[in-house]
Structures are given as C-alpha cells and as structure tokens.
Design a protein around this ligand. Structure first.
Ligand code: PMP
Length: 440
C-alpha cells in the first residue's frame, strides 16, 4: 500500500521514473509526450543539461541560507535579470516557492501598501469569476472557480468577483471586439463604485486565463481599460502570470503584449521549469517605496523564500530562454501548432474553438459546434479526453466549468518550448487517435 496521499484517492497513477526532452517515462518503460508541460510548467523539457548543472553547482556551493539573515548570489542575479526584462515601473522581486504563495504575497502587499500610506479602509479585493489564483485560502478566495471554492465556503477573505465576460467570446457576436472589451472592463468600474472606491485595495486577474478557461486571452484594449480604471480609483492592479508568464505566450511576460504594466505581478511555474519549486511576486517602485518610506517591513515571509538552489535554477532557466532564443521559438512553433490543430480539428464536431497565444492553447469541447452549446456537466468530455490521450501517450490538461464554473469544458496544451516540428505532428496524431476513440 502506498503511503502517499494522492489528490484523487481512487487514482492508480503510474510511477514516473525519468524525463527525456519532451517525454516522461514510467516504470514500465512507457513514454508520455508532455503536451501540457504538466500544467504549463516544464518549458525546457525534462532533462535540460544547463539547469541540472546549475542546480548541482549551487547545492555544492551553498544549499540554504535563511533570507532573514542573508541574501545570496543566485537570488540577486535572478532578481536583476527579471527586473531588466520586466514591464515598465516594476522594480523589486520577492521570491517565494510557488504560484499560490506569490498570490498570497501580492494580496497582502496590496493591503499593506494602502495601510503604509495611512489609509486603513482599503482592504477589499476584486477578482473575476472563472479565474484560478491558487489553493491556499487567500488565493482560493480570489479565485473564481466555484467548484474549487464550494467545499471551503465561507472563505476566509471576503472578496467580490466580476464576470470575465470575454470568457465565452461567442457572446461578442454582433459587437466589435473593442466595444466588447470596454464593456467587459467597465464591469470593474461598476463593482468599485458598488463596493465604494475608498474600500478597494486591488483588482487581480490573469492576462490570459489558463486552467479554468483554457487559454482565453483578453480582447484588445481590455487590460488597458482595466489599468485606467484602477488608476482612476487608486486601486492597485495585480496581474497573475503564474501560468501564462515566463515566455509561455511568446514574450517573457504576457502583459508585454497588452502594453500594460501592473503594480504587482505574480510568476511561478515556468520560472523553475519544474526543476525547482520557485515563484515570485514583482512590484513597482511606487508600491515598494510605500513600504520603504513607511514601516520598512513587509509583514509576510516564508522559510524557503529566496532559496539559493531554486534561484540558481530560475537563473539558468531564464538565461537559457534568452541564449537559445526560445521566445522566438515559442512564436514560431505556436503558428505551426495552431495551423496543424486547426487543419486537423477545425471542423471536428466536438471542438468548438481552438484558441490561445504562444504555446498556450485551449481546445473548447462542445456538444454542438454550430450552436457552441457545451455538453451537460455529467457528460463532459475533458476527463475522457485526458484519460484516453494519456493511454495513447499524450499528456494534456483537462478542465470543466469553462463558461460559468459548471458547464463547458476544455483541454489545455502547453508543451515545452523545445518542441520540434515532428513533435507537432505527434501531438496532433495522438489527439486525433484520442478523439477517434471517443464514442459518439
Ligand atoms: N495562479 C495561476 C494563474 C495558476 O494557474 C496557478 C496554478 N495552476 C496558481 C496561481 C497557483 O500556483 P501553485 O499551484 O504553484 O501554487
């Protein structure tokens, strides 16, 4: 009997024993193509020589020094590199061990920012439905996935949510996407006014919604309008790029493509590329200065923040991305993968939409591709697709509740940035085989 506590107690998972490029190999020697990079994590594949060496070197040099006593070379260098490429105004990096921790730190920093400026009323956070920000109670309170929230209600931190609106972009029919984006963003203004602007600390959203909606990008103009509304009411803008950041969409940060700089930015997943658990919360000079000029102490922290080995891995990952022009490669492979998927599945009866940015692609599963109607939740396809694809040696990331937290489902593809053209053929062939095995 296994003593590991799995997420699905009835799941009988194979044992992963090694990694080779884009593949994971189990104890029976079966090879799985990692079409989702786990959950948009493994951007450099599973056996990157330079990252492995950087980790070994750092363990030999110094494994751990508590951040309350020391900074370290890898932490300093990684922070320098991130800031050199960060959106305008972002000046500081706060290291943590993963995405939920980055979001927790962001929510707390936003509240403390207002307090430091003598404003003790701004504690309210506004987020969006159909979002995911992590599983710790604070991050879960921000998240808008009703199914994940339900067992833990009432959640600890009172927050309110607005409709992401463009979640199901079919709603935009008959309206220009620009008008639609403005209408969607204006929901934030309405919510700020409803709560009372003097009470709102921050608004948090994912620039490209990952797990819950399957790579749904903001329509052009949406985030710019959101930025403007936040500025108008003194509300901080937190962008959660835990899934869509670190090159996944073809630029280091997803918001680079929207021309928007947040006050606080959360990253994780691809930062350690699966080699080490690491995340970070980046903040603007303005936000940092409020703490520096105020109490001088951010009331938050974790034992493993700024872990030297995790930072050495992050440094090696980003260095590799630039040295090997992997962002350019993401853009090129994205076009090829999109074209291949569209030609194979563009008319497939069960696939209503193929969307995304970079190597972050969602396939919306529908019962009727004409009306775009989803399957009823008890007949949703995502779990079947995941299971059959897995049996066929392809890992893809499934999720339900795309439309309103209940109905709608999709699968997410987020392969390593190192995929070659032949891998694109393999993804499409294995998916085609998978859909052919799904009963009508
Ligand atoms: N934010 C987003 C957008 C995510 O996709 C995730 C993880 N899927 C998280 C936060 C939480 O990250 P972690 O699982 O590393 O805590």
């Amino acid at each position: 009997m296994s003593h590991v506590f799995p997420r699905h107690t009835k799941a009988n998972l194979p044992t992963a024993v090694s990694g080779e490029g884009c593949y994971i190999i189990d104890s029976n020697g079966k090879r799985y193509f990692d079409g989702s990079g786990g959950a948009a994590v493994s951007c450099l594949g599973h056996s990157d020589q330079t990252v492995r060496q950087a980790i070994k070197d750092q363990v030999d040099e110094l494994a751990f020094a508590h951040s309350g006593f020391f900074t370290s070379d890898p932490a300093e260098k990684l922070a320098d590199l991130l800031i050199a490429h960060a959106p305008e105004g972002i000046e500081r990096v706060y290291f943590v061990s993963g995405g939920s921790e980055a979001v927790e730190a962001a929510l707390k920093l936003a509240r403390q920012y207002h307090l430091e400026r003598g404003d003790d009323k701004r504690s309210h956070i506004i987020a969006r439905w159909q979002s995911y920000h992590g599983n710790t109670l604070g991050a879960l309170s921000a998240g808008g996935n009703r199914w994940r929230r339900k067992p833990f209600e009432p959640l600890l931190v009172p927050m309110t949510h607005i409709d992401p609106c463009y979640a199901y972009r079919y709603q935009a029919q008959g309206e220009s996407l620009e008008d639609y984006a403005i209408r969607a963003a204006d929901l934030l203004e309405a919510e700020i006014l409803r709560v009372g602007p003097e009470k709102v600390a921050a608004f948090i959203c994912e620039p490209v919604v990952g797990a819950t909606m399957g790579a749904v990008t903001a329509e052009p103009g949406y985030l710019k309008r959101i930025r403007k509304i936040c500025d108008q009411y003194g509300v901080l803008l937190i962008l959660d790029e835990v899934m869509c950041g670190m090159g996944r969409t073809g630029s280091l940060f997803a918001c680079d493509q929207d021309g928007v700089s947040p006050d606080i930015l959360c990253i994780a997943k691809g930062l350690g590329a699966g080699y080490q658990p690491i995340g970070a919360m980046l903040c603007s000079g303005k936000v940092y200065k409020a703490i520096e000029d105020g109490s001088g102490f951010f009331q938050h922290g974790h034992t493993y923040m700024g872990h030297p080995v995790a930072c050495a891995a992050g440094l090696a990952v980003i260095t590799a991305m630039f040295e090997r022009n992997l962002l350019g490669k993401v853009q090129k492979r994205s076009l090829q993968l999109m074209t291949a998927l569209t030609s194979a599945f563009g008319q497939h009866p069960y696939i209503g939409d193929i969307r995304g940015r970079g190597l972050f692609i969602g396939l919306e599963l529908v019962r009727d591709r004409e009306s775009k109607h989803p399957f009823p939740s008890d007949l949703a396809l995502h779990a079947k697709v995941k299971k059959i694809a897995f049996a066929n040696g392809l890992i893809c990331y499934p999720m339900s509740g795309t439309i309103d937290g209940q109905s709608g489902d999709h699968i997410l593809l987020a392969p390593p940035f190192i995929i070659e053209e032949e891998h694109i053929g393999e993804i499409v062939d294995k998916l085609a085989k998978t859909f052919a095995m799904i009963p009508e």
